[in-house]
Design a protein around this ligand. Structure first.
Ligand SMILES: Cc1cc2nc3c(=O)[nH]c(=O)nc-3n(C[C@H](O)[C@H](O)[C@H](O)COP(=O)(O)OP(=O)(O)OC[C@H]3O[C@@H](n4cnc5c(N)ncnc54)[C@H](O)[C@@H]3O)c2cc1C
Length: 475
């Protein structure tokens, strides 16, 4: 007797999305999670002092609210509430100035002065047709798009190195804004693909915003787990799977693990050639992360930065490009590019009254075991003099601590693999079905698989659709 139709390993955003999609199509699904709590890299904990709730992994969700799959689910009924800051994103510059990415494309473009029209031309096609665009960009690159012109336009931007794409701008602000968004990719800005991330995130900012879940990142995955349970799914935590042989009987297995982990867990069931492709999967830079409990808001020098939940701290495009090159050369920049979130300004559940939390990370070499705290804090102090005096307590996580917290964070890589051209389609290149493996009924549904890193659940959704079609014969 089959005990479950499908078993999913890993209860992060993708494992939960896969479980929901299979369960709501009438299958019986078991999700197994190594940690004691669900959520993967979307969890919230009291890391510093009582009453201060910190997002240990991810924090801000443009692709979460913009996800075609998550937005089709009744997550509000399961307690998810999005909190939108007045401004999605701020990027301070020296001289007490800041460039702001507002919800309004017009307001943002006008504030860029000479670059107003150039900014509009860069992002407006994707803002105006966001639902269609999001569907394509969060799919596999090899599926023929239903909007070929829109995606050809995107492809041209995506393949242009960010440092070159930025040359269309004449202002420091517009160039820095693009560079900061592209730097989320974790690859040098002189290469192809970071521009894809940059343009997508900027378009999302205008189309759907960059919200945070009320109560913390863990509230999104808690809502997903609650929906899964309401559909009759079974979820067990505290179960670390070392081999497929440990799983109960099933007809399909979906691994929300990164590719090298898949090689370990699937062992000799996979063909030797495929296993060696999995073992050769390359991870990107690690993250060095700091969470602070603060006795007041961060004292930004520039106006408007306190209106955004996300702040890009790194100055000009030249500085950001240098900072993002450094981890690929085995070092950490003296002035790293720091991604910062200040959710408690807009969500009072995060800290005791009048006090605040802040979250930040920078890229470091994969597996690095140094301490980047001073460099991160110096960058914030540069744009917010007096920041250090507000610190009540801090908690730091380097690559090793991150991987100990969530085994998918290999060497501290937050994206499940390096975003390079040769890896964009997964280890078995040139397939329209990158969520399948050569083993019938074994699928990969983590952020390693297309469309890649970020909390959007689309890798899980696509893998589940693949399993429904291939294993269960559903169309
Ligand atoms: C510091 C940090 C900041 C980030 N910031 C953002 C952000 O602001 N916005 C955004 O969109 N994205 C962000 N990300 C990326 C995003 O969190 C990930 O891309 C996303 O969580 C991937 O989802 P997943 O389900 O594929 O994997 P994960 O969320 O990593 O979940 C994998 C799960 O599998 C479990 N697992 C691993 N091995 C086993 C095993 N052998 N047996 C059983 N269970 C196992 C793990 O415990 C984990 O729960 C960030 C990530 C990090 C770490």
């Amino acid at each position: 007797m089959t005990e479950f139709d499908a078993v999913v390993v890993g209860a992060g955003p993708n494992g939960l999305a896969a479980g929901i999609e299979l369960q709501r199509n009438g299958l019986s699904v078991l999700i197994l999670e190594a940690n004691d709590t669900v959520g993967g890299s979307a969890r919230t904990e009291e890391l510093t002092l009582p009453g201060f709730r910190h997002d240990v992994g991810s924090a801000v969700y443009p692709l979460g609210i913009g996800s075609p799959y998550f937005s089709s689910l009744p997550l509000r009924d399961h307690g998810l509430e999005w909190v939108h800051p007045p401004v999605p994103l701020a990027h301070p510059l020296d001289g007490d100035r800041a460039v702001l990415l507002n919800r309004s494309l017009d307001t943002t473009a006008q504030a860029l002065g000479d670059d107003e029209d150039r900014y509009r031309r860069l992002v407006s096609p994707f803002v105006e047709r966001w639902p269609e665009f999001a569907k394509h960009v969060l799919d596999t690159p090899l599926r023929p798009p239903r909007s070929p012109l829109l995606m050809a336009l995107f492809g041209l931007r995506a393949m242009t190195p960010t440092t070159r794409l930025a040359r269309r701008f004449s202002t420091e602000g517009a160039r820095a804004l693009l560079a900061g968004n592209a730097a989320h990719a974790g690859v040098p800005l002189e290469r192809a693909l970071p521009s894809a991330v940059g343009v997508t995130l900027m378009a999302a900012g205008h189309a759907v915003g960059w919200p945070v879940p009320r109560g913390g990142a863990g509230e999104l995955t808690r809502a997903l787990a609650s929906l899964f349970a309401s559909l009759g799914g079974t979820l067990e935590t505290g179960v670390r799977i070392g081999s497929l042989d440990e799983l109960p009987r099933n007809r399909a297995v979906l691994l929300a693990l990164t590719y090298r982990q898949v090689a370990e867990v699937a062992g000799q069931r996979l063909p030797v050639r495929y296993t060696s492709a999995l073992r050769g999967w390359k991870y990107g830079p690690g993250a060095f992360k700091v969470d602070w409990a603060l006795d007041g808001p961060i004292p930004w020098a520039a106006g408007g930065v306190d209106q955004a939940a996300t702040v890009h701290v790194g100055g000009t495009i030249e500085e950001i490009a240098e900072a993002e090159r450094a981890p690929w050369q085995g070092v950490v920049a003296e002035r790293p590019f720091v991604l910062l979130a200040q959710p408690s300004l807009f969500d009072t559940t995060r800290a005791p009254p009048g006090q605040h939390t802040a979250w930040a990370y920078c890229h470091v070499p994969n597996g690095w075991d140094g301490d980047a705290t001073d460099r991160i804090e110096a960058q914030i102090e540069r744009f917010a003099p007096g920041f250090s005096q507000r610190i009540l307590a801090r908690s730091t996580h380097g690559p090793r601590e991150l991987q100990a917290w969530n085994a998918n964070l290999m060497g501290g890589d937050v994206n499940g693999g390096a975003l390079t051209l040769d890896q964009a389609l997964g280890p078995a290149r040139w397939t329209r079905h990158p969520w399948s493996t050569p083993v019938q009924d074994l699928y990969v549904c983590s952020a390693s698989a297309p469309p890649g890193g970020g909390v959007h659940g689309m890798s899980g959704y696509h893998a589940a659709r693949e399993a429904l079609r291939r294993t269960f014969g559903r169309t």
